[in-house]
Design a binder for this molecule. Structure first.
Ligand SMILES: Nc1ncnc2c1ncn2[C@@H]1O[C@H](COP(=O)(O)OP(=O)(O)OP(=O)(O)O)[C@@H](O)[C@H]1O
Ligand SMILES: [Mg+2]
Length: 490
């Protein structure tokens, strides 16, 4: 066994109390070095150094450059990883030969930006054989070239699958968008169903009236007159502005008095229907002029019935139009009808994204400052919508449901500029440099995957050769996206 050499001082973290080398025979007892020749063991013996640590001290931490490989000779170790600020133990062992540290060093020696994948601490007074990552890399590449290739592939595979998993998580979060959208669709759909049910009752009542007519119990002349009155009234109503609840209630009061005057019983219901159609006491006068007193009651109810029918049909039209608009926005958003790249009007994409995110935007006011004279630009339309989605999604998160979201478009030389601005709290200076990093998020577990802006940047810069930059202050954040007005996309 060789004595500690003066030049191998302990520069790493921890409370090292001494250093020494291991002999070839000692190295042979470590499973990691199984099958190595004496020459190879000698090579390691000359370069590896023994370091001893007190119990319960940090040997290295996750953010440090991965400069060394540590192999446990005696004592115990604990490997941990920091997850969302919490230190999670990955392995705790006293197994002699357990190793930790510069495992990735051999992949690309030119890349010295590797940091440790975990933190290492002792659980009791311990000693390690320590090999620098440069030596470890040299050893691996020279003695086990094939293993290096295999490990490379394995590492890449793990990294890819982790990235796929995170991407899926991100998509799943976007999936909550479609849940919101389903909710948006459900409201008008339910309204249409309800109105259709009421309409069915109305039509049944109309059938009954038709039967009375068929038996000659109602004068055909009278019906013709009433239909005419109904039609002119409808035309007049179409031009009239909507009434406030106070105005409706005033009309209703006047109607009740007027109907009482004519001795019409149970006038409340009738008054309510007529008032909500915007009709008042003066209109009842017109009907009274057109029909005989004994048919006034029946005539008014007949007319009220047709107005109610009309209102229900309006409701159904409104609800189904809303459904159809939403479905249209979804088609537009996903560009279901068209090829991957095309000439697009950015405003169409921005607007359909706002519709898609409508549920999440809640009480947030959306202001559009569009330059409608901007030309169409070549783009991967559906992907660009992902950019607007991620930016608007972040803005909505920042504003917490209240505030103003401004969507602005303009031209700057050969660029089309889209700005997504919020009046949220802004991005803190220490967060700003990292926002485009994959998996960087300040949101709670499950609330953010940290892929939104990385995706947006990739789509803008790589796919469209554009630029994206944040401008942030405590008054709010604006993301500026610049897209080339003309280019050949591949
Ligand atoms: N408009 C904004 N206002 C304030 N902070 C923002 C804004 N946009 C982004 N950020 C910050 O940038 C971080 C990264 O955003 P990014 O969209 O990449 O991920 P995320 O929103 O956290 O998660 P997700 O993958 O679900 O989008 C956010 O966690 C947030 O801290
Ligand atoms: Mg986001």
């Amino acid at each position: 066994m060789s004595e500690p050499s003066a030049d191998t001082t302990t520069a790493t973290a921890g409370s090292a109390t001494g250093v020494r080398r291991l002999s070839v025979d000692e190295l042979r007892t470590l499973f990691l070095f199984e099958g190595l020749t004496d020459d190879q063991l000698q090579w390691i013996a000359e370069r590896g150094e023994v370091r001893t640590y007190d119990g319960d001290v940090a040997v290295y931490s996750e953010a440090d450059p991965a400069d060394y490989l540590f192999i446990l000779l005696s004592g115990g170790l604990r490997m941990s990883r920091s997850v969302q600020g919490e230190d999670l133990t990955v392995v705790e062992t006293q197994y002699r030969g357990a190793y930790s540290g510069a495992m990735r060093a051999f992949v690309d020696a030119a890349d010295d930006t590797f940091t440790y994948a975990n933190s290492l601490a002792t659980t009791e007074p311990s000693s390690f054989l320590v090999l620098s990552s440069a030596h470890f890399a040299e050893l691996m590449r020279t003695w086990f070239p094939m293993a290096v290739h295999l490990l490379d592939g394995l590492y890449l595979g793990i990294r890819n699958s982790e990235s796929v998993v995170r991407q899926r998580e991100h998509l799943a979060r976007l999936g909550t968008l479609s849940a919101g959208l389903a909710h948006e669709l459900n409201n008008p759909a339910a309204a249409a169903v309800r109105a259709t049910g009421q309409l069915r009752d109305q039509v049944a009542r109309a059938r009954h009236k038709l039967k009375l007519l068929a038996y000659g119990k109602i004068d055909a002349e009278l019906i013709a007159g009433l239909v005419e009155l109904q039609e002119t009234t409808m035309l007049e109503m179409a031009d009239r502005p909507a009434l406030s609840p106070v105005e409706v209630s005033d009309l209703e009061d006047g109607l009740i008095d007027r109907l009482d005057e004519s001795g019409i019983s149970g006038a409340d219901d009738l008054a309510a229907v007529l008032a909500s159609a915007g009709l008042g006491a003066r209109w009842v006068d017109r009907v009274a002029d057109a029909v005989s007193p004994d048919t006034l009651d029946g005539s008014l109810r007949f007319l009220a019935n047709t107005f109610e029918t009309e209102a229900l049909m309006d409701e159904i039209t409104e609800a189904t139009t809303r459904i159809s608009n939403l479905v249209g926005a979804v088609k537009q958003y996903a560009y279901m009808d068209s090829s991957a790249t095309q000439e697009i009007d950015v405003h169409v994409g921005l607007d359909s994204t706002v519709v898609i995110l409508g549920h999440k935007l809640g009480a947030i006011e959306v202001r559009r400052e569009y330059d409608r004279s901007l030309p169409k630009i070549p783009a991967f339309a559906a992907e660009l919508n992902q950019v607007w989605t991620n930016l608007i999604d972040n803005a909505a998160d920042a504003m917490g449901g209240h505030g103003v979201l401004t969507l602005r478009t303009s031209r700057e030389d050969d660029w089309l500029v889209v700005e997504v601005a919020d009046d949220g709290p802004g991005i803190p200076a220490d967060v700003l440099p990292r926002i485009f990093d994959a998996f960087f998020t300040t949101k709670d577990v499950g609330a953010g995957t940290g892929l939104g802006l990385e995706n947006a940047k990739r789509i803008v810069c790589k796919r469209h050769r554009g630029e994206i930059e944040p401008v942030s202050s405590p008054e709010g954040t604006t993301f500026r996206v610049k897209l080339p007005l003309a280019q050949q996309l591949r």
